[in-house]
Design a protein. Structure first.
Lengths: 396, 169
């Protein structure tokens, strides 16, 4: 577009609109009938930027298999940029390669999916580390994403960040109602769909899927637990924040209102967990126990340590071989003891956390069996130092 | 006055993919050693028995590997031969690790044929493509294989024989 002459010799240069080169003087000619437009060169006199319509964008993304079926927040540049500020990595830095599509997982792609999920920008450090954790070899994401099994990915947050982000560890911590619990897990799922290519029926072959695949994220109720929290048990200091990612089925409730002794209560848990149809019945592996604080108190008051609980569950959670050996993978004889199979390989396989509000309920969720191990990552900056707050990640 | 309303653009949530290339090994004219890899899926053994009996391989190496997880280094090493036939991909995770282990064998110089059910074969091919092994040899057997009688699996296995013969010959 040709710009108008902007200088006159010997006189002060007239004011010029920088966008089109029109003389400001011309704009302000009053009562001129041909001045319906401020500027005849530009297509428009004013450009007003608006956010895209969420309903329209949601529908467009949905049609392209880029959502979980729920509406999304449109991932505009300005929204994504706010999320990118909560990481000390560059937007183009690759934090993982995710199967089955082998998607290059840049920080920006994670941020886009976190925006879509409805996260707040300061959830980014948790989402970033959660995605990195599931890419570790021992997690077996190729299997987890593609399987016909309804395995979901559970995120357990420990340490000060869980309080800072108000991740629910109390009443209703498995949902609904809390933005962090609802959207951090959802950001991970959208990342699986869009970055990894785990689109249901295409890269994710779950026979039925699971409600837990929408989001499965909570914090451990560390102050309510009589025992050391998960991250301390693993070896981190209590003031380090961690995210533990575990492939887990949707949780199954354990209603026990009557037991007053540890053994009785744990037996209720065991009889809920030791079922024929879980993967662990033929390929023993991790078992998640989310113990309600009231249940934990009963067990603790009876004198049981966390180790005692884990050993007891490991020893007693067994299924008969003839029932266990009906799974997809042949039961290895090494797991069979007197016609029974333990659903965990060792007490360490019992992943025990305390969470939830008042009430006499716990939850159990079998893992993917021998084929996946949970991964705990501390929330660290690029140089390896543990972040004390999500604000530590903010770009200076 | 003319006002133009511009909707802000949305960013693409899809990731770029990593370009890889895996060379698929030709099957030698004379096959002196063959490995049959059973991933312990129900009826994988029946299919491999059918293949073994019909193709009359001498002293095949029988290997067992996990279904929903990678074969161990030892299992993969054991499966190295002039040709390796792997069965069975008839679900998501087992197809994944059948194909990824076949690719591992190809990388180590062993030509492979992977047996997948016709329902999961398209995914198997897409996965192989994602890992740079678009030409991986995959033969199809009619789904379902699990929870079926031995006779029905043997019948399905018979239909595999011609497919495998046409690849080998």
């Amino acid at each position: 577009m040709a710009k108008k002459d902007t200088k006159k010799k010997g006189t002060e240069a007239p004011k010029v609109n920088e966008n089109c080169g029109c003389l400001i003087d011309e704009f302000i000619v009053e009562n001129s009938p041909d001045k319906e437009r401020l500027c005849s060169i530009q297509e428009a006199d004013f450009e007003v930027f608006t956010d895209p319509d969420a309903e329209k964008v949601s529908n467009e993304f949905y049609i392209k298999n880029q959502t979980d079926g729920l509406p999304i927040i449109p991932p505009t540049r300005s929204r994504v940029d706010k999320f990118l500020k909560y990481s000390d990595l560059k937007p183009e830095e690759i934090i993982a390669i995710l199967p089955p599509k082998r998607g290059k997982t840049t920080l920006e792609k994670v941020a886009i999916n976190a925006v879509m999920a409805g996260c707040l920008s300061n959830f980014m450090p948790v989402v970033q580390h959660a995605v990195k954790a599931v890419s570790q070899e021992k997690f077996n994401l190729p299997g987890i994403n593609a399987t016909t099994h309804p395995i979901s990915i559970c995120a357990i947050v420990n340490g000060p960040v869980s309080t800072e982000l108000a991740i629910n560890s109390g009443a209703g911590c498995l949902g609904p109602g809390n933005i962090a619990n609802a959207t951090i897990g959802r950001a991970l799922r959208l990342s699986m769909i869009n970055i990894a290519g785990a689109v249901p029926g295409i890269g994710d072959h779950a026979t039925m899927g699971s409600p837990a695949k929408y989001s499965f994220c909570f914090a451990e109720a560390e102050s309510e637990s009589p025992w050391e929290p998960l991250h301390v048990e693993i070896g981190y200091k209590s003031d380090v924040s961690t995210v533990t990612m575990m492939a887990a089925e949707a949780p199954q409730n354990v209603n026990d209102h009557r037991s007053t002794k540890a053994e009785d209560l744990l037996d209720t848990i065991i009889h809920t967990a030791a079922v024929a149809g879980c993967n662990n019945s033929h390929v023993p592996g991790e078992l998640l126990i989310i113990m309600g604080p009231e249940h934990a108190k009963t067990v603790y008051d009876d004198g049981w340590t966390k180790d005692d609980v884990k050993k007891y569950i490991h020893e007693k959670a067994i299924v008969p071989v003839e029932l266990g050996d009906r799974g997809g993978r042949k039961l290895d004889e090494k797991w069979i003891i007197e016609g029974m199979v333990k659903i965990t390989r060792s007490p360490e396989d019992v992943v025990l956390v305390v969470a939830g509000g008042p009430g006499r309920h716990s939850m159990v969720a079998p893992g993917f069996g021998t084929s996946s191990e949970s991964v705990t990552l501390p929330l660290t900056l690029k140089d390896g130092t543990a972040a004390k707050s999500v604000d530590d990640f903010k770009k200076r | 006055m003319k006002v133009k309303i511009i909707e802000r653009e949305v960013l693409n949530p899809l990731a770029d993919t990593e370009a890889l290339e895996v060379e698929i090994n030709p099957i030698p004219e004379k096959i002196d050693s063959i490995s049959l890899v059973d991933n312990t899926k129900p009826n994988a053994d029946v299919l491999l028995d059918t293949i073994r009996e019909n193709l009359k391989f001498k002293n095949p190496i029988n290997v067992r590997k996990p279904a929903g997880a990678p074969g161990t280094d030892e299992q993969i090493k054991q499966a190295q031969a002039d040709l390796s036939i792997l069965a069975l991909g008839d679900c998501g995770s087992c197809t994944t690790w059948l194909i990824l282990d076949a690719i591992k064998l190809e990388k180590q110089g062993t030509p492979t044929i992977s047996v997948c059910s016709d329902i999961f074969a398209p995914f198997a091919r897409e996965l192989a493509e994602s890992y740079g092994a678009g030409g991986l040899r995959i033969v199809e057997v009619e789904h379902p294989l699990a929870g079926q009688s031995r006779k029905s699996i043997e019948n399905k296995g018979q239909k595999l024989i011609n497919q495998i013969k046409s690849i080998i010959d």
